[in-house]
Design a protein around this ligand. Structure first.
Ligand code: ARG
Length: 417
């Protein structure tokens, strides 16, 4: 009999990864199950026991919530990363952390491979595979669901044959992934992009139509781009995000309906609930508006888009993301201050912001008393600023594209005294 080899499987407790434990064992692997808690509020101990009952030789449960926020979510918030202007990347940020923990446990256990339950059609397989390649190129990656060619019915049948419990959550028509930064929902009725998401899609947010009549005000305090306080009180990171998810959700804030471009070339309709992410990204951006110079803010938008693409594409652990992180960190030095938000029926509005190092200067902006802006200097500035345009007009004549003759209506009323 060939020697058995050890492997660490990312185990969620669902049907796919439960079937995977047995399937991998049949192929000569001693399966160590790893369940990482990113704040999805599952019963982790029963998942751990289920892993062992299903045939794992060991089962780990790891609380990943603090490293998730500190090392993945906060940097991403500081970067302002939102994929395709819509998706705050909850799932995409969770995967590299889970993969990194798989690698770490694999080393501790002397395993030769890691495994995950991703299909061959999504982004998550890329995130696991590439992260593992980046952190531990010597480890093999096994992806049973991608390889076994079973559909859901086949899997349920396989589970029955092998006495594997079929988790109750299999009844949901949707595929859901959840962590502190958001809830990702796909499949089922959502596959028709013409159909409004049915009410049973939503779990964290109320329908804005049924949100309270009274708005809620909320003050978020940041230090160097990281949220630290709510209404003036310091709150630990996990609790801060949980409170914002609850409060935002209660006001119907954070629903996102996105027709997105997957890395593998598929367009997919994905729905997200991300109240805390939406509130924090908005507040953080408002604080940047008042603390960053125009040039830094504009360049940073390009960095944010690139960052989001890298995170989405599974390139979190890549030289470019690391380099962008250095840029982002420098930009956050003065992003310290307070932002006031008003939550009302599905919307959050920034209604106030202030920062000790803010670049907004009332003595420059004011139309009232105390104006220190040198208006006389504007004339000379504009003379040189417009010089190139004036020269072109003088030398080359009028530009094409606008017929001044046709600008005024044929009939123009002209009065004289
Ligand atoms: N489309 C999102 C992403 O690639 C979410 C995928 C999460 N999976 C799910 N079962 N909804 O990050």
């Amino acid at each position: 009999m060939p020697e058995r080899r050890k492997l660490v499987l990312a185990y969620s407790g669902g049907l796919d990864t439960s079937v995977a434990i047995r399937w991998l064992a049949e192929r000569g692997y001693d399966v160590v199950a790893l369940t990482v808690d990113l704040g999805e509020k599952k019963d982790l101990e029963s998942i751990q026991r289920r892993a062992l009952r299903t045939g794992a030789v060991a089962a780990y449960v790891v609380d990943g919530r603090i490293p998730f926020l500190r090392d993945f979510v906060w940097p991403s918030l500081q970067a302002g990363a939102v994929y395709e202007g819509a998706y705050p990347l909850a799932t995409a940020l969770g995967r590299p952390l889970i993969a990194a923990m798989l690698v770490q446990i694999a080393r501790r256990e002397g395993a030769v491979a890691i495994a995950h339950g991703c299909t061959g059609k999504g982004n998550d397989q890329v995130r696991f595979d590439v992260t593992t390649a980046a952190l531990a190129p010597e480890l093999e990656v096994v992806a049973p669901v991608r390889d076994w060619g079973m559909n859901r019915e086949d899997e349920i049948e396989y589970a029955r044959r092998h006495g594997i419990e079929v988790p109750a959550t299999q009844d949901s028509p949707y595929s859901v992934d959840e962590n502190l930064w958001g809830r990702s929902i796909e499949a089922g009725a959502l596959e028709d992009p013409w159909q409004e998401p049915p009410p049973d899609v939503w779990a964290w947010t109320v329908d804005p139509e049924r949100a309270p009549d009274e708005p809620a005000y909320l003050e978020i305090g940041f230090r160097e781009g990281v949220p630290l306080t709510l209404d003036g009180c310091q709150v630990p990171a996990v609790e801060l995000v949980e409170v914002l998810n609850r409060l935002g959700g209660a006001h119907g804030v954070g629903r996102i309906d996105h027709l997105e471009n997957r890395l593998v070339g598929i367009k997919s309709r994905e729905v997200y609930e991300a109240p805390a992410a939406v509130l924090l990204l908005q507040a953080h951006r408002a604080l940047e508006d008042i603390t960053l110079t125009r040039d830094v803010a504009r360049f940073k938008e390009q960095v944010a888009a690139q960052w989001a693409q890298l995170a989405y594409d599974g390139l979190w652990f890549s030289p470019l993301r690391e380099a962008l992180q250095a840029f982002v960190a420098v930009t956050q030095r003065h992003v310290t201050g307070q932002v006031r938000l008003k939550l009302y029926r599905g919307h959050a509005m920034v209604v106030g912001r202030k920062a000790p190092q803010q670049l907004y200067r009332s003595e420059l902006a004011t139309y009232g008393r105390g104006d220190r802006f040198d208006q006389a200097a504007a004339a000379g500035f504009i003379k040189l600023f417009g010089l190139g345009t004036r020269t072109a007009a003088e030398v080359q004549g009028q530009l094409s594209g606008l017929d001044l003759e046709h600008l005024l209506p044929a009939e123009v009323r002209r009065l004289t005294p």
